[in-house]
Design a protein around this ligand. Structure first.
Ligand code: GLN
Length: 194
């Protein structure tokens, strides 16, 4: 039985729960979901950090000491960060991101709100060869852009030439919100990393 943790401070927690449930069923996997609130449970097999407000999430993790726990976990288990969660995973970022408590786990520079403000939020079809040939419908809400990557980080998807999805071994970061569409191929891909 695999335990999949979803950080439940803010953001699309219930949508991620539903997407993970569906992905578990599709994969025929045995799994349970844990909503992670104040402490990191001992036996986690994967962790999702949803979107929200990166400064708030970063502060919360730092104040509770969960940042230290997550950094330890990152050596062993897959971690997926979506939107604000992706920002938190980064080693570097723009001026706003520099003032945020980052986990600093992924070799990438990420820029907050880089596609524009709330009203510039948009949806776009993305080619993500790792999950198959059909396009994936990406929902971008005040989304960040991954400006550059280095080390072992690999591009999974671009939009208009800009990097919007990456993987560095067991770690994944997405600018968009895969939990807001019915297509669970990204969650399945992530769970297969366990
Ligand atoms: N703009 C938010 C931030 O930078 C992220 C938005 C989101 O997670 N949908 O914190």
């Amino acid at each position: 039985m695999n335990s999949i943790g979803i950080l439940s401070i803010q953001g699309d927690v219930s949508e991620h729960v539903m997407a993970v449930k569906k992905a578990i069923r599709t994969l025929g996997m045995k799994g349970s979901i844990i909503e992670v609130k104040k402490t990191i449970p001992d036996l986690l097999d994967a962790l999702i950090i949803p979107g929200g407000e990166s400064t708030t999430i970063g502060n919360f993790l730092w104040k509770t000491g969960m940042d230290i726990e997550i950094k330890k976990l990152a050596k062993d288990i897959p971690i997926l960060g979506t939107c604000a969660g992706a920002i938190i995973l980064a080693k570097e970022g723009d001026e706003q991101v520099k003032r945020t408590h980052l986990l600093g786990l992924m070799s990438m520079k990420i820029n907050r709100n880089a596609f524009g403000r709330q009203k510039e939020s948009f949806e776009a079809n993305l080619g993500i060869p790792e999950i198959g040939t059909d396009p994936f419908h990406g929902v971008f809400i005040r989304a960040p852009i991954i400006e550059k990557i280095w080390g072992d980080t690999k591009v999974l998807a671009r939009h208009d030439g800009k990097i919007v999805a990456v993987r560095e071994n067991n770690l994944m970061a997405l600018s968009f919100h895969p939990e807001l569409v019915r297509d669970t191929r990204i969650h399945e891909y992530f769970l297969r990393l366990i």
